[in-house]
Ligand binder design. Structure first.
Ligand SMILES: NC(=O)c1ccc[n+]([C@@H]2O[C@H](COP(=O)([O-])OP(=O)(O)OC[C@H]3O[C@@H](n4cnc5c(N)ncnc54)[C@H](O)[C@@H]3O)[C@@H](O)[C@H]2O)c1
Ligand SMILES: [Fe+2]
Length: 433
């Protein structure tokens, strides 16, 4: 007996899914609530990056902490697209400061750095002890972490709602991360007015991160395809489920409607705030279900960057912004995965704004979803595939090798993954249109 449409044997397979609620306040003005949210804290580490540190939001947060009588110290040195070295530097600051609570003000780079600093300053073992296996040891986070109030300033990652912290491992030339429910911030304060200052390409990259979180959550393998767990501890990447579907579909609908407007017009507050809300919904969804192939591939794309630089991001070193490194893979992936659940891929295309009959054949579903995606990408100014980021066919083996390390994400894919499939997906991602 099962409550959900389920093609798997309920004796041997998972029959339940878990929802870990995130505490969220969303709307203009919530940044003024940082101090109040930390009532009882004595000493707070406030994390931001150099660019966000120059914006008026930082003063709002400082004022709020001062008003609440909380002693704080600023760390404005977060590396955009963090690395193992930058995580470790932030952890040293956190250890030396003996803080009881943490605040992050910035995009995913700042929030993830703050998560890592909170973890590494309060638990034994270095960074690699907690990094996902097989890149790191994948050690379990042994205790609850200090309070962390996350204040996102991009409309993208949803990191304020997830238990994930991502970084580039410089020596291994691959992106990887830490995943534990204990990394999830205590509270998210999301003020969409922060997005007014975002450069055009930061909005474009983070918007496609949102869209990809939603599309990958919606098409991930179902939770019921996992083997029955031996205890109640389900993985954070538990697969798509009725809860993650709700946020994923609404995030797709909002992204389809507002993404291009939000990219091109900084004064379009409706579009940017709806995209912020989509980011939150997609963050809650993928934080509960997990993402899959486009993200797994992005970790190799970002880690092996050659000389690509992107307008709106710090230009001191080559960098592929996260959302771009993800979405360039998406059309190739969804062309290959649509047959795993044509009705879901069709529903996702409809949510993005395409019209598709209920009984459309698979070939039409594939063409419509990838056509809708690439139209949005072109309209938002996303580079046309891996070739536009400087990759060639000869890079496919290294990209494939880096991706095959992303076990947590590959396990969540809707189709079985092997080296041959990965190589063909990367070849298909050389150009998106
Ligand atoms: N932990 C998670 O669940 C999760 C999910 C997705 C992505 N990520 C990670 O997050 C990182 C990307 O984060 P992101 O896309 O939010 O961007 P980001 O934090 O890297 O910031 C991008 C740029 O925008 C600037 N910026 C940020 N907010 C601004 C504002 N309001 N006005 C003007 N400039 C602003 C920053 O200074 C930076 O130069 C990547 O490392 C990615 O891997 C994490
Ligand atoms: Fe992402």
């Amino acid at each position: 007996m099962t409550c959900w449409h389920n093609t798997f044997d309920s004796e041997t397979h998972e029959t339940a899914f878990s929802i870990d609620p995130t505490s969220i306040s969303f709307g203009p003005g919530v940044l003024r609530e940082v101090g109040e949210s930390l009532a009882g804290s004595k000493r707070v580490a406030l994390f931001t990056d150099a660019q966000v540190g120059k914006l008026p939001m930082l003063e709002t947060v400082r004022e709020s902490l001062k008003k609440a009588g909380i002693d704080f110290e600023l760390y404005a040195n977060v590396h955009v697209e963090p690395t193992n070295a930058s995580f470790e530097e932030a952890a040293r600051f956190a250890r030396d400061g003996k803080f009881d609570s943490f605040v992050s003000l910035g995009g995913g780079s700042v929030i993830d750095t703050c998560k890592a600093a909170a973890l590494l300053s309060s638990c034994e073992g270095g960074l690699m002890a907690y990094v996902n296996a097989p890149v790191g040891e994948g050690r379990v986070v042994p205790r609850e972490l200090p309070r962390h109030i996350a204040c996102p300033t991009t409309c993208g990652t949803g990191s304020e709602c997830t238990g994930i912290a991502v970084f580039d491992h410089l020596e291994l030339k691959v992106k990887t991360g830490i995943a534990s429910r204990r990394l999830r911030p205590t509270r998210a304060l999301i003020d969409p007015t922060a997005t007014e200052f975002l450069p055009r390409m930061v909005v474009a990259a983070s918007a496609f991160d949102v869209l990809s979180h939603a599309l990958e959550s919606y098409t991930a393998r179902p939770f019921s395809s996992r083997a029955k767990p031996v205890n109640a501890a389900r993985p954070m990447s538990q697969g798509r489920n009725p809860w993650s579907d709700v946020g994923s579909l609404e995030a797709l609908r909002l992204a389809g409607k507002f993404l291009v407007r939000a990219v091109h017009d900084a004064s379009d507050f409706e579009a940017r705030s709806q995209l912020s809300w989509a980011a939150t919904l997609a963050g809650v969804a993928f934080g509960n279900s997990g993402v899959h192939l486009p993200h797994a591939m992005s970790y190799a794309v970002a880690g092996l960057v050659k000389s690509y630089r992107c307008e709106g991001y710090p230009g001191d070193e080559p960098l592929v912004p996260h959302g771009i490194s993800v979405v360039v893979n998406a059309p190739s992936v969804f062309r290959a995965t649509a047959s795993s659940s044509p009705e879901r891929h069709a529903e996702a295309a409809r949510a993005l704004g395409a019209s598709l009959e209920a009984d459309a054949p698979l070939a039409e579903v594939v063409a419509t979803l990838s056509g809708t995606l690439t139209r949005l990408m072109r309209d938002a100014g996303i580079p046309n595939g891996l070739s536009a980021l400087g990759y060639e066919d000869e890079d496919v083996p290294a990209l494939t090798k880096g991706t095959l390390l992303q076990k947590r994400l590959l396990d969540n894919a809707p189709v079985p993954v092997d080296e041959a499939l990965m190589s063909s997906l990367f070849r298909g991602a050389q150009r998106c249109w």
